[in-house]
Design a protein around this ligand. Structure first.
Ligand SMILES: C[S@@+](CC[C@H](N)C(=O)[O-])C[C@H]1O[C@@H](n2cnc3c(N)ncnc32)[C@H](O)[C@@H]1O
Ligand code: SF4
Length: 453
């Protein structure tokens, strides 16, 4: 219990034994104003409705009988709904964390649109459109009432996330929704998950400096032939152009752009994965994430067992598992790095890009090393809090300026928040250099690194 208290930094009243789910930290609103119990299996449970009426009040939602039932169930270590058994967000090992009662919301997730022109076979959108009540586009008047109420009641929000089950930018009033968010929460980060099948300058570009901060653009493949096998009716050139225009030197207000590449059986060749990374660098994209999925068309070549073997050639690229895996991973935040040269003029550069523990017990660390050609490095060794944890051979003939290294080994998270990682670089049995990295594993770091979807 003490561990949970120190990790969350919350007061003890809000933390008790039981069960947990982020539903007491977030708010999800669908295009028709419905407030469901998050966007996984809980979507089948209605918690309330957002309305534009002047007397509508967010606290009447957060303290209604259904929210109270969630709180009471978690405190008793029970699942509030039968749907929780399959929900990606339930965490049976965590104590209850009710940030809403402390007036803090980590994520307000809005579905601006249930409409979309694409027909991705794994997407539930078409089925939902048959059964859900309209409208399929969020009305600015409802959004304005929600945000004015959150603001009046003194809630802080860490992130606004526009996604849901359709295509956000298909809402013709998408820009108006963003402007309303800017009006009430000008300092809060805003992120959009889009398929990018839009013209950037005539849509988002019109917002100028008021555009959202981050665009996660779903483009599963580099070539039209592989891309359209999943993104049916989609146009890969248009989606790539969307990212290019967003990051163009002619755009005075470029957002952060992250390419989300889901690994299917049609797009998992090393050639295409490496090509996508080169393309991302060419377009000025900030990050590219390769994501595993659980749908039938998933990649067989790369799975949760070996995804650390993906051919990563750039430090803007990284590998992710699905929501299920991610919501159960603990990620470290790098607090500091101290490089030390052992061999004179080694000109070594050692970087760690990612360090995390998965609930399955797998520990994963990866990064990049380089040094000057006269003492070409051939081995990386790692120590965690002084204990050796593994060695990785690297190719001394490699002409790459950066050599990727990756260690994935069974070693469950031991609960210790502060960790020291030493990465040593060797050549011909001699040590060239090492770097010490201080990591902190906190809930906050965890949620920031988790894909917001
Ligand atoms: C329903 S989409 C809505 C946002 C937008 N239309 C898009 O496709 O990015 C929400 C998220 O689901 C992801 N997604 C779609 N099909 C998926 C699949 N088969 N497996 C995992 N994620 C998937 C998308 O990449 C996106 O991040
Ligand atoms: S682009 Fe997004 S919303 Fe549209 S069908 Fe594909 S996954 Fe669903």
């Amino acid at each position: 219990m003490e561990f949970a208290q120190s990790i969350n930094g919350s007061d003890s009243a809000a933390i008790q034994a039981g069960m947990n789910c982020e539903i007491l930290d977030i708010l999800y609103i669908r295009s028709n104003g419905e407030i469901p119990c998050n966007c996984s299996f809980g979507e089948q449970v209605n918690l309330d409705w957002a309305k534009s009426d002047a007397d509508w009040d967010i606290d009447k939602v957060f303290y209604n009988s259904r929210f109270q039932h969630i709180r009471d169930s978690f405190k008793n270590g029970e699942m509030p709904w039968k749907e929780c058994a399959d929900c990606a967000f339930l965490n049976k090992d965590e104590p209850v964390r009710d940030l809403i009662s402390q007036k803090r919301i980590t994520k307000v997730h809005l579905e601006p649109s249930l409409a979309c022109k694409l027909r991705c076979p794994g997407c539930s959108r078409v089925d939902q459109a048959k059964t859900r009540l309209s409208p399929f586009f969020m009305e600015p008047a409802i959004w304005e009432r929600v945000l004015s109420s959150l603001s009046e009641k003194g809630y802080s929000v860490d992130l606004f996330f526009y996604c849901g089950q359709g295509e956000p930018i298909n809402n013709p009033k998408f820009n108006e929704l963003v402007q309303i968010t800017n009006k009430y929460f000008p300092d809060t980060e805003q992120a959009v998950n889009t398929n990018g099948n839009h013209d950037y300058p005539s849509t988002i570009g019109r917002l100028g400096k008021d555009r959202p901060d981050l665009f996660i653009v779903s483009i599963d493949g580099l070539y039209q032939e592989s891309y359209e096998k999943y993104r049916v009716r989609g146009n890969v050139e248009q989606a790539l152009k969307f990212m290019e225009d967003a990051k163009s030197p002619d755009n005075p207000h470029p957002p952060v752009v992250e390419w989300k590449y889901i690994l299917f059986k049609y797009n998992d060749s090393d050639e295409e994965i490496i090509g996508a990374q080169r393309k991302a660098l060419e377009l000025g994209v900030d990050r590219i994430q390769f994501v595993l999925t659980h749908t039938p068309e998933k990649s067989r070549k790369y799975t949760v067992e070996n995804y650390h073997e993906l051919p990563i050639i750039s430090d803007i690229a990284y590998a992710q598992t699905t929501v299920q895996g991610l919501s159960h991973s603990i990620r470290g935040e790098q607090k500091s790095a101290q490089p030390q040269e052992i061999a004179p003029n080694a000109n070594a550069n050692i970087r760690v890009a990612n360090f995390f523990f998965m609930k399955s017990g797998l520990m994963s660390i990866y990064g990049f090393v380089s040094n000057n050609a006269t003492t070409a490095a051939d081995r990386v060794s790692l120590e965690l809090n002084g204990d050796p944890i593994g060695e990785i051979e690297i190719d001394p003939e490699s002409k790459k300026t950066d050599n990727f290294f990756s260690l994935a080994t069974q070693r469950p998270f031991d609960g210790e928040r502060h960790k020291n990682l030493r990465v040593r670089l060797h050549a011909n049995g001699q040590e060239l250099a090492y770097s010490d990295f201080q990591y902190e594993f906190t809930d906050e770091a965890n949620s920031r690194n988790v894909n917001p979807y």
